[in-house]
Design a binder for this molecule. Structure first.
Ligand SMILES: [Zn+2]
Ligand SMILES: [Zn+2]
Length: 92
């Protein structure tokens, strides 16, 4: 995990970059188009046969069901300026 801040506005967050592929789930940073909340989400693998695979992840901040998109690790969700990571990795 790293701290990120936006070079264009005051938006900041804590996240990891990239998707971790698991057998049943992939874990990816996703950002919500409704509330700009960014968090790590487990995305069920559709091929795994899990019942949860039929449901898409829901925003942890505002519970929006269709606002989440996978974050590219660069773009500020608020103002589209590039974000920078600061400091060292944070253990969570
Ligand atoms: Zn910004
Ligand atoms: Zn949201």
């Amino acid at each position: 995990m790293y701290k990120f801040f936006c070079t264009g506005c005051t938006y900041h967050c804590k996240s990891r970059v990239g998707i971790i592929e698991g057998h049943y789930y992939s874990e990816a940073p996703m950002v919500c188009k409704e509330c700009f909340g960014l968090d790590l989400y487990r995305i069920p693998n559709k091929q795994s046969g899990l019942v949860e695979a039929l449901k898409d992840p829901v925003c942890k901040t505002c519970a929006s069901e269709d606002g989440l998109v996978i974050w590219d690790g660069i773009t500020c969700p608020k103002c589209i300026n590039p974000m920078r990571s600061i400091g060292n990795a944070i253990e969570v």
